[in-house]
Ligand binder design. Structure first.
Ligand code: SDX
Length: 459
């Protein structure tokens, strides 16, 4: 039985089944009053399981990391509203809050910063991996492959048995994920991979590795650094989303931190999840290049036969607005004004939002801009190409994946995730050889010539 983080079970739900069985199921109440029916003993008591395609109504765990109220558009990391964290923290401070549960003291902040710096470079022979990928390799495929490859360079990190070791491996992952991302970009454009610098902080170092050249250092503007810090903060964690649930699934089998995070990268890549930010900018480019009006595009989205979605819109949890989208929309304006960029795609995005939010198709389905709707415009303004967008998302979300891995790893009552299913395949069948099967499924059956002479039966 998973150790209940919430242990004052005082209420229960009564279930009466068609065959007359009854079950009393405990009600679990979360910090903010969310209620759940604990069905962990349902099958043992009744033989029944529950079924919930897509887990829309199913809690997979109890977690103390992030709280979302989808109706009210609330997002908090360890109790702090995302708006406050966005305003007062650097990404690394937010990451330390998400992973360890408290905002870091100045000493904790500088210590973690030191081990991030110490672990920012890639092993020299590790760099040859990049040359093994073809130039068009998607950076997400490189990222997941090379996070797994990192395990071979940090064998002690595969068995984390102390807080110090966990901190070292976490810093190694967070730091190297950023270096791998920049290196995969450099490889894809045929430029030399740039070493990290010891005098730069996390985000500046990333932009340096992305845009410096051996003969010319790139110095990011304060606005660009601030915008990317904000982007990473807003992507740091988001409770049991698809990729974080994947990390927990893999972690529940006691896979190591590298393997669990690598699995999270693969799950994030999907266009319905972290891949949406790239899909949004491709959608805006399509509208821009086609000369289509936003109203025409929205009409295509509403025509279900088109199969077209308004990328960056909708969310399984947020049903009124995604607070991150609001923060990013304002950051977009600030950044583009500061960099004096007039990106026509931002105007298209604003128009799409305006048209959609006045259209009952979206309002009735409670579809609003999500975190991905404006994020691509910010990353484009920073000079980051669309195929790198989801990689940047992964850099931010590595903090949340590490925190969720830790929550499982630290809980002695954690059990392997092994969902049940309802089987809908064929009932038991008698074994037949190929010819008997063909005979059973076709009217005219003729024993093949090659068999007539020997009369043998082919098994
Ligand atoms: C992220 O879970 C997280 O927290 C994820 C994330 C995180 O931080 O980890 O927030 C990051 O993944 C954000 C979402 C990015 N994805 C996109 O922007 C892709 C476009 N959005 C959709 O594909 C969709 O809205 C999802 C995947 C986000 C949510 O899917 P659901 O909850 O399964 O909703 P659904 O597909 O059942 O849609 C309900 C209705 C359907 O219409 P009906 O069948 O009821 O007529 O809304 C329609 C859908 O067709 N709909 C859309 C739409 N999203 C849903 N119609 C047009 N455009 C859309 N974007």
């Amino acid at each position: 039985m998973t150790e209940n983080l919430v242990d004052d079970i005082t209420q229960s739900a009564s279930l009466t089944l068609p065959d007359g069985q009854r079950a009393d199921l405990p009600i679990v109440v979360g910090t903010e009053g969310e209620r759940a029916i604990d069905i962990s003993k349902l099958r043992a008591q009744t033989g029944y399981i529950t079924l919930d395609d897509g887990y829309t109504n199913t809690g997979s765990c109890q977690s103390a990391i992030t709280y979302i109220d989808g109706e009210a558009g609330i997002l908090r990391y360890r109790g702090y509203p995302i708006e406050d964290i966005a305003k007062h923290c650097s990404f690394i401070e937010a990451a330390q809050l998400v992973i360890w549960g408290e905002l870091p003291s100045p000493d904790q902040r500088s210590h973690f910063s030191d081990i991030l710096t110490e672990n920012s470079a890639l092993p020299e022979d590790f760099r040859r991996h990049f040359a093994a990928f073809p130039p068009h390799a998607h950076p997400m495929s490189i990222m997941s492959a090379l996070i797994n490859a990192l395990q071979s360079y940090d064998l002690p990190g595969l068995t984390i048995d102390s807080d110090e070791e966990f901190e070292r491996v976490s810093a190694t992952l967070m730091s190297k994920v950023r270096t791998i991302a920049a290196a995969s970009y450099k490889s894809s454009i045929g430029e030399p991979i740039i070493y990290p610098r010891y005098d730069l902080r996390y985000v500046e170092n990333f932009l340096h590795m992305m845009f410096s050249r051996p003969y010319r250092n790139f110095v990011p503007t304060a606005e660009a650094t601030r915008a990317l810090n904000l982007f990473l903060i807003l992507h740091a964690d988001h409770e049991q989303n698809c990729s974080t649930s994947t990390v927990r699934m893999v972690a529940s089998g006691q896979a190591n931190l590298y393997a669990s995070v690598a699995a999270g990268v693969c799950a994030l890549w999907g266009s319905l999840h972290g891949g949406a930010n790239q899909a949004v900018i491709e959608m805006l480019d399509l509208i821009l290049e086609s000369g289509m009006s936003t109203k025409e595009y929205i009409a295509k989205v509403k025509d279900r036969s088109s199969g077209i979605k308004l990328m960056g819109f909708g969310h399984r949890v947020y049903r009124n607005f995604d607070p991150r989208s609001r923060i990013l929309k304002d950051a977009c304006d600030d950044l583009l004004n500061a960099l004096n960029i007039d990106d026509p795609r931002l105007n298209i995005a604003r128009e799409l939002e305006e048209v959609a939010l006045a259209d009952d198709y979206f309002v009735s389905r409670r579809l609003y801009p999500n975190v991905d709707f404006y994020s691509g415009t910010i990353l484009t303004a920073l000079g980051i190409p669309p195929e790198m967008f989801t990689v940047i998302f992964a850099i931010g979300r590595t903090a949340g994946w590490i925190a969720n891995w830790k929550e499982i790893h630290d809980n002695p009552a954690s059990r392997i995730y092994r969902p049940r299913q309802i089987y809908v395949g064929p009932p038991q069948r008698e074994w037949m050889n190929r010819f008997q099967r063909e005979k059973a499924t076709s009217q005219e059956f003729r024993v093949p010539d090659e068999l007539r002479s020997d009369g043998g039966v082919v098994a």
